[in-house]
Design a protein around this ligand. Structure first.
Ligand SMILES: NC(=O)c1ccc[n+]([C@@H]2O[C@H](COP(=O)([O-])OP(=O)(O)OC[C@H]3O[C@@H](n4cnc5c(N)ncnc54)[C@H](OP(=O)(O)O)[C@@H]3O)[C@@H](O)[C@H]2O)c1
Length: 245
């Protein structure tokens, strides 16, 4: 079987679990040489390295605390060059707007917007020089267009802004072989969630259809494979925005 990313380097930030973990596996299956950033669990990091290594193109995994802007420099030192950039990690915060502190704003905007933005800027020149690059960013549920939120403003504002980042990249690099798109996943159960969050997802997903990381990864691969898609924002969510309106 043809492996479409043979000879390509891939970096997945937040690739040891959840949606990023599922996508890292799919990229390795497609022949990419994997560079993966994980975080809190040494055991998950080792398990990921072993699982990716089975596909033979090579896998390097590193633990970097994704907590502040220092993380960006550490990621660039670990992986100075990549052909495929996936920014998967994106911490969530649910808090009423009037109770959201400056520290909350800084942490959520830094991880969900400044980190992807800085990495895109850092890798873009090399991708244009090599005339090939694929970037995939992860938005949030219902962040494909500008709207208001009651309890997730810093998170949702950062995730909505990723659409501007993807479209700006397309404006700068369309025709250069470099593509950047955003997936806005619907409610997706991952191994990080407690029973209460999974119940919330079941009760609020259209028709109770909660997504899996593997389903999102499969859509992600379709987007990464297709050079005609650039600057796109793709809600993969069973139409949740229109549900119960
Ligand atoms: N799940 C959903 O329902 C949903 C819905 C809409 C959008 N999204 C978006 O989709 C993306 C993926 O979400 P996800 O739910 O799969 O999981 P996630 O928690 O955003 O990402 C998990 C990954 O991040 C790593 N990580 C977590 N905390 C870390 C830290 N402090 N330092 C370093 N690495 C850390 C984890 O490594 P360890 O395992 O080692 O901690 C793992 O590799 C995110 O951008 C999210 O906002 C998710």
């Amino acid at each position: 079987m043809e492996k479409i990313f043979e000879g390509k380097q891939a970096l997945v930030v937040g690739g040891t679990g959840g949606i990023g973990g599922a996508l890292a596996l799919v990229l390795a299956e497609q022949g990419a040489q994997m560079n993966v950033v994980g975080g809190s669990s040494a055991e998950r990091l080792m398990r990921t390295e072993r699982a990716l290594a089975k596909h033979g193109a090579g896998a390097r995994c590193v633990a970097i605390q994704l907590a502040d802007e220092d993380a960006t420099a550490q990621i660039l030192a670990f992986c100075p060059r990549t052909d495929i950039l996936i920014c998967a990690h994106g911490p969530f915060l649910r808090k009423p707007l009037a109770e959201t502190s400056g520290a909350d704003w800084r942490r959520i905007v830094t991880m969900n917007l400044i980190l992807p933005g800085t990495l895109v800027s850092a890798y873009l020149g090399g991708m244009i020089e090599r005339a090939w690059g694929r970037i995939l960013l992860f938005g949030g549920t219902n962040t494909a267009s500008v709207r208001g939120f009651t309890t997730t403003t810093p998170y949702s504002a950062s995730k909505t802004a990723l659409g501007v980042l993807a479209k700006s990249l397309a404006k700068n690099a369309a025709g250069c072989g470099v593509c950047c798109n955003v997936i806005c996943p619907g409610l997706t159960n991952t191994e990080y969630m407690d029973e209460e969050s999974m119940r919330y997802n079941r009760e609020n997903a259209p028709g109770g259809k909660v997504l899996t990381p593997a389903e999102i990864a499969s859509f992600a691969l379709d987007i990464l494979k297709n050079p005609a898609l650039n600057g796109g924002i793709f809600p993969i969510d069973h139409g949740i925005e229109l549900y119960r309106v």
